[in-house]
Design a protein around this ligand. Structure first.
Ligand SMILES: NC(=O)c1ccc[n+]([C@@H]2O[C@H](COP(=O)([O-])OP(=O)(O)OC[C@H]3O[C@@H](n4cnc5c(N)ncnc54)[C@H](OP(=O)(O)O)[C@@H]3O)[C@@H](O)[C@H]2O)c1
Length: 301
């Protein structure tokens, strides 16, 4: 029997590369949509011109300009790129799905917990409204709206916390300072840090593809709610290093711009209520085990 085909927008990135590996190991045929040509890649232009590749059974979108790219200044043009790269790619995929004759079963979009307004007191699950007035909450509303697909295609939106994995995201940025004993909490350290291990996020994407009853919003966060200080202690312990160097909020506001720095200095208390109700089992439900897996200087992948 021919392998089932999954089309992944942004499948070349940190989460995409590991999703490719997991799905291929489960005998899927994975095609990525990328701005760069390569074997197994198609372009966004070809998606628009020719629609979905034939026999696509699932579509996933992981595309988006990294907003924590510290080489990029937080200008209006860069913010527009952060937004367009998410909203336009999501809309292009939803349009291709809606136009296709032989429809895929499911569209999985990975967004973020930025949907929930940062707070030290509010508690959020998937039924909580996206109430925020900041740039990221507004972006999330537009991004998720762009994903609308006509039934019977299932739409699953995974609102991911910070993804912990050695090859990308926060761990890649922090491994060297922590390794040299220069790590420490960010700002007060009391802000919540919704997180998920990369292996659990990729497993959750596969779970959403394969379980026909799964639809709607799923919080892609581990069940253990932690603060930035809890993360700092767990990561430093996993590396056997001290972590006393607090990074003050005002320094990040100056270096990154206050609007972007809030992704580090503010947080949300988020739980994966629906994700657990559907029966998903986390391989890394607690931060000590997740950090122990990521805390090595060289990548295993
Ligand atoms: N990593 C995290 O901690 C985290 C947390 C929550 C949510 N998320 C979300 O999960 C998704 C995947 O994250 P990731 O960490 O894997 O990101 P990533 O490593 O930066 O990969 C994203 C991919 O998007 C594509 N891309 C970048 N800029 C683009 C642009 N201007 N237009 C079109 N495509 C563009 C790139 O593919 P090509 O270069 O091949 O075109 C890239 O491989 C993102 O939407 C991110 O916002 C990530």
């Amino acid at each position: 029997m021919a392998a089932k085909k999954v089309l992944i927008g942004g499948g070349t990135g940190f989460v995409g590369t590991r999703t490719n590996k997991l799905l291929r190991a489960s005998n899927y045929n994975v095609v990525n949509i990328s701005r760069m040509p390569a074997a197994n890649n198609i372009s966004w232009t070809s998606l628009e011109a020719s629609g979905l590749p034939s026999n696509t059974c699932a579509v996933v979108n992981l595309a988006g300009q990294q907003f924590m790219d510290f080489t990029k200044i937080w200008t209006p043009g860069f913010k527009q790129n952060v937004l367009n790269s998410r909203v336009f790619t999501t809309r292009a995929l939803a349009t291709a799905i809606n136009k296709s004759k032989n429809k895929p079963k499911v569209f999985v979009l990975v967004t973020g917990v930025g949907a929930y307004e940062p707070s030290e007191t509010n508690k959020y699950d998937e039924s909580s409204p996206s109430t925020g007035n900041d740039f990221f909450s507004k972006l999330l509303v537009e991004w998720e709206k762009a994903a609308y697909v006509d039934p019977p295609v299932r739409l699953v939106i995974i609102r991911s916390g910070v993804v912990l994995g050695r090859e990308g995201g926060m761990i890649k940025n922090m491994i060297l300072p922590f390794f040299f004993g220069l790590g420490g909490p960010i700002a007060s350290g009391k802000q919540f840090l919704p997180w998920i291990h990369i292996e659990d996020l990729t497993r959750l994407i596969q779970f959403a593809i394969e379980n026909q009853e799964v639809k709607g919003i799923l919080n892609g966060v581990a069940p253990q709610v932690i603060t930035n200080v809890d993360f700092t202690k767990a990561f430093a312990k996993a590396l056997s290093r001290p972590a006393f160097f607090t990074v003050p909020e005002f320094v990040l506001n100056i270096l990154l711009h206050k609007e972007r720095a809030m992704m580090l200095t503010k947080g949300q208390h988020v739980t994966p209520k629906r994700t657990l109700e559907y029966g998903f089992q986390f391989k890394y439900p607690n931060i000590d085990a997740a950090c122990a897996e990521c805390a090595h200087l060289f990548s295993k992948y």
